[in-house]
Design a binder for this molecule. Structure first.
Ligand SMILES: Cc1cc2nc3c(=O)[nH]c(=O)nc-3n(C[C@H](O)[C@H](O)[C@H](O)COP(=O)(O)OP(=O)(O)OC[C@H]3O[C@@H](n4cnc5c(N)ncnc54)[C@H](O)[C@@H]3O)c2cc1C
Length: 399
């Protein structure tokens, strides 16, 4: 298998690199380098820049604003965006609900939602997990009962990222309580302004509000907001573009963080010499780099395989990418915290929404502990490491 880039791919890589350099606003890049949390405005601004260029939703069908890139190009694009410290596009809109509307929505839904989803004129959150339905999602209990032209929704969602700043939710609800678990679930779009919805914060250990619990009490959702057929929601929720998990390892982000850690460590003095020259630190960096190289090779092998199969079906090796990629994200947030030392804890943590601006030490160090704590979630969301190991055992190792 040839894992080298063709001259055309290299020219494409240079084009993306130049575009990111010219188009990513400096203040957003600097906030990213400093590890500061992206505001809604930052994410919207970058996504609109990409949308103007025609790159906001690369994997959607071309007729709905996609680029028609193959797996290699998409991989290159993702890596270059990470390399440039660009914020990630809103996954809920671009990777999750958008492709489902493209594939299963009706003409009105496509016309109404797709341009807004791509341009971030509407912000979606994902209402799947519940208090007793996470890894075992099919056990979800939130009920939607048909009443004339509406569904009446009652129940609770949990861990809903960004629900407090979302306009819409794509949700899985139980429409047939008698049918077997996966069979009685429907996929509906809920306007978050509808009466009967209560959003409450769940504060994570970085002291911030990323996730929420969302309660539904007799919430009326028009039947026209049903995607596809009633009770087929499980199939739609499982639908992912074959290429969508290509960037899941975030190799580019880990590379950028290692480069940053090395640069910063050169300016930190330990026992009269730079931390970057300290043997234990160097060994730690080298071990991460070796693992990252192996991950990058695996990522390219998966890209080549997906390209060959024209993106049909899920390659179980993408679970290796999620598993190892998230472990290396842990390793690099830890590395940056080590570089910051005690200054990593210097930021005053505020309650809800944000931290205060009072910091001791340079801007970059003040965020390292918060990002270390928040980064722990990477091995849980999007399918926990244990669940990924099950997929690898069965799908890759054939156990
Ligand atoms: C920061 C964050 C953001 C999130 N955002 C969203 C969101 O926007 N929308 C949304 O719907 N959900 C979201 N989630 C929820 C996420 O998808 C779930 O947390 C995840 O699927 C795990 O489910 P759970 O928390 O119920 O844990 P459980 O499924 O109860 O798992 C508990 C433990 O058991 C292990 N386990 C479970 N099943 C198995 C098995 N079969 N074999 C071996 N081990 C197993 C798990 O790995 C875990 O360690 C988010 C979670 C986090 C942490």
């Amino acid at each position: 298998m040839d894992l080298r880039l063709t001259p055309e791919d290299i020219a494409f890589r240079d084009e993306v690199r130049q575009f990111c350099k010219d188009s990513l606003p400096d203040e957003i890049r600097q906030r990213q380098i400093n590890g500061q949390r992206m505001s809604k405005d930052d994410i919207v601004a970058w996504q609109r820049i990409l949308n103007k260029k025609g790159w906001a939703a690369p994997l959607w069908p071309v007729e709905y604003g996609g680029t028609g890139w193959d797996a290699t190009r998409y991989f290159i694009y993702k890596e270059e965006c990470f390399r440039a410290w660009a914020p990630e596009t809103l996954s809920m809109n671009i990777n999750l609900v958008g492709p489902v509307i493209c594939a299963f929505g009706n003409a009105q839904q496509k016309e109404f939602f797709l341009p807004k989803v791509r341009n971030l004129d509407v912000w979606f959150c994902q209402g799947f997990s519940e208090p007793s339905a996470g890894s075992d999602l099919a056990g979800l209990k939130t009920r939607a009962v048909r009443d004339g032209d509406n569904y009446v929704v009652n129940g609770q969602k949990l861990w809903t990222t960004g629900a407090h700043r979302s306009d819409w939710m794509f949700a899985l609800v139980r429409t047939d309580p008698v049918a077997k678990k996966q069979k009685g679930i429907s996929y509906i779009l809920i306007d978050m302004k509808t009466p009967g919805i209560t959003v409450r914060p769940v504060i994570t250990m970085d002291g911030n509000r990323h996730v929420n619990e969302v309660f539904f009490e007799d919430v009326k959702v028009p039947v026209t907001n049903l995607i596809g057929e009633e009770n087929k929601g499980w199939d739609y929720a499982k639908y992912l573009l074959g290429n969508e998990r290509i960037g899941i390892a975030r190799v580019g982000l880990t590379k950028a963080r290692i480069a940053l850690a090395k640069l910063l460590a050169a300016g930190v003095q330990v026992d009269g010499k730079p931390l970057s020259e300290e043997p234990r630190f160097r060994e730690k960096v080298a071990l991460i780099e070796v693992e990252l190289k192996a991950l990058e090779m695996t990522n390219m092998m998966v890209v080549a395989a997906i390209k060959k199969s024209a993106g049909k079906g899920q390659d179980p090796r993408t679970s290796v990418l999620k598993l190892k990629g998230s472990e290396l994200q842990h390793a690099t947030t830890e590395l940056l915290l080590e570089v910051a030392g005690p200054l990593g804890m210097a930021r005053q943590v505020g309650f809800l929404e944000s931290t205060t601006d009072e910091t001791i030490g340079p801007d970059w160090s003040a965020t390292t502990a918060l990002n270390y704590f928040q980064g722990r979630a990477a091995t849980i969301y999007g399918g926990s490491s244990e669940v990924q190991r099950n997929v690898v055992a069965k799908g890759v190792l054939g156990l």
